[in-house]
Structure formats: C-alpha cells, structure tokens
Design a protein around this ligand. Sequence first.
Ligand code: PGA
Length: 230
Amino acid sequence: MKKFFIVANWKSNKASGEINSWFQEISNLIRHDQISNIQRREIVICPSFPYLQLVHELIQKNQLSFKIGAQNISPFREGSYTGEVNTKQIKDLVKYVIVGHSERRNMFGEDNETINRKINQTIAAGLIPILCISDLSQIKDHIITVKSSKFAIAYEPLFAIGSGKADTPGNANKIATEIKKELGDIPVLYGGSVTSQNIKDFTSMESIDGALVGGSSLDPEEFSKIVEYA
Ligand code: PGA
C-alpha cells in the first residue's frame, strides 16, 4: 500500500502559543488512536522560519513521527544576503523545502531562475524540494534532476488556492499522470482547498500521492481528519 504525503503549509500563520496548542491537541488526538493509520503517512509540518526549532522540539517531546519542511529557502549559500535563510542554517531541522509556491511567484516576484537556484540549493544540502506548479507547462521551466523520492511535485491550480473550490480529482489525476510520464515515478501531491471532506477523493486517484494543505492544516482537528481519511 502506498505511503501518502500530507504536507501542512501554515504560510504566515501561527506564533509560539498557537503552535504549542496545535501540538497539544494533535498529540491528544493521536494518543486516543483517532489517527489509526499514521504509519502509512509522511506528515510534514511547514511553519514559519522562527518556529522550526520549536516545532522540532514539540515533535520530539510528543514522540510524533512528523517531519518538518521549510516554506522557502535562500537561492544562495551563506553570505551577504540580508533577510535570507540558507540551507546550512536549517538543514538539521528540516527534511523538505517548499519551492516555487504560487504566492512566492506572484506576490514576491520569484522568477524561474530564482526558483531553480532554490532547487539547486535544496538538493545540494541533501534536502527534498517540493516544487509547486500551477500547470503542466511549468515543469519544463525547472531543473528536475533527482529521481524518485528525492523530489516531489505539488500540482496547485491557481483558482483552487484558498478559494474553497478544489480542482476535480479526475483533472488533478490527469495532470499527475502527465507529470509522472515526464519525470518518472516521483511523488505528486495535489494542493488547493483540500479538506477532510475531499482528501479521499484525491488520494484514491492512482497518480496522486498526497496533498499540500494550507488553510485546513491550521486547525488540528481538521488536519487530523485529513491525515486519517487520506
Ligand atoms: P489552501 O492552500 O489549502 O488554503 O487552498 C494550499 C496551498 O497554497 O498550498
């Protein structure tokens, strides 16, 4: 049976108090065995940079098997790049890095060259990029050199992000199938208005290996249901 990736993208939400409460609640849910199939999930929590360490500590303290992802990364190594966080600074804390999210492309002007630099930095540090694309044509814009589980793609159509209107599972599966045709059998996630109500519709599709979850990951109860139903 395949292992599903459930990636929580908290975006610019949650400070330490809320993060502590989130973990307390999710740990209780897990302890009460409400997430029975947790072994078959790669659960990745992506908080803002200042809280990577806190999330790491809370995962340890609560003996959870969650992994950590960064939402962004510097396109450069360490050096004179004011405001940037580079891979060396976080590689002991994270396994994954989200790269090329449409909010970064559209609101922060990230172009393909910058995104490719970020992919390179991520891979060079031994971390796994989760490259976000909003349509198939974007695949060819990016350097995707590493096969299998060392690279993941998240297909996130623009209209579906934060809108409450997800893509159809059939269309998402069609795109995921095309991605695998191009790149081999790498994990392909669907993202955009995923909830506990629709997660199963996506993960029951042959080519979809999980979900990148924004808004619905902020509430621990809803997120635990997504994990359970995936
Ligand atoms: P959403 O966001 O689940 O809130 O639609 C997904 C994303 O932007 O990754």
